[in-house]
Design a protein around this ligand. Structure first.
Ligand code: T46
Length: 112
């Protein structure tokens, strides 16, 4: 797992945050999670690398040996395939954006 600070351009019109050359993979899939409750995740991947950005609200991400709260949209969490992760303690307004290196395949998941 790696945390990256995304460059943000702020002026009187607002903030513009860029995800460009900082990702260690080509984006093949994008999804976002809204209105999350309970616990999600609880798996690692065989091939997929992912970048997680909490666009709004906050979320707690549990890794094998770490616990990280994402609550800043300029922060990007890179998860390698072997990084087991579970997500919980979502704020009600949470929006989690995920960029993935592979197309969706259930065969890529190793679940608890
Ligand atoms: C991850 C965390 C951060 C699809 O059909 N296509 C997709 O691209 C995805 C991601 C999911 N789905 C279907 C499969 C399930 O029927 O959507 C349903 C919910 O997926 P899942 O239970 O895997 O959701 P999470 O929140 O536990 O995990 C998701 C990603 O699947 C996973 O890659 O790392 O978000």
């Amino acid at each position: 797992m790696k945390l990256i600070e995304l460059p943000t351009h702020s002026d009187a019109r607002g903030d513009l945050t860029v995800i460009e050359s900082c990702l260690p993979f080509m984006i093949r899939r994008v999804f976002f999670i809204t209105k999350p409750v309970g616990v999600r995740g609880g798996h690692y991947h065989i091939k997929t690398v992912q970048a997680l950005i909490c666009l709004q609200g906050s979320i707690l991400i549990e890794l094998r040996d770490d616990l990280v709260r994402l609550d800043d949209k300029r922060q990007c969490m890179i998860l390698q395939p072997s990084d087991w992760h579970s997500m919980y303690e979502f704020s009600e307004d949470c929006i989690l954006l995920v960029l993935a290196s592979e197309h969706y395949s259930e065969n890529d998941y190793v679940r608890d």
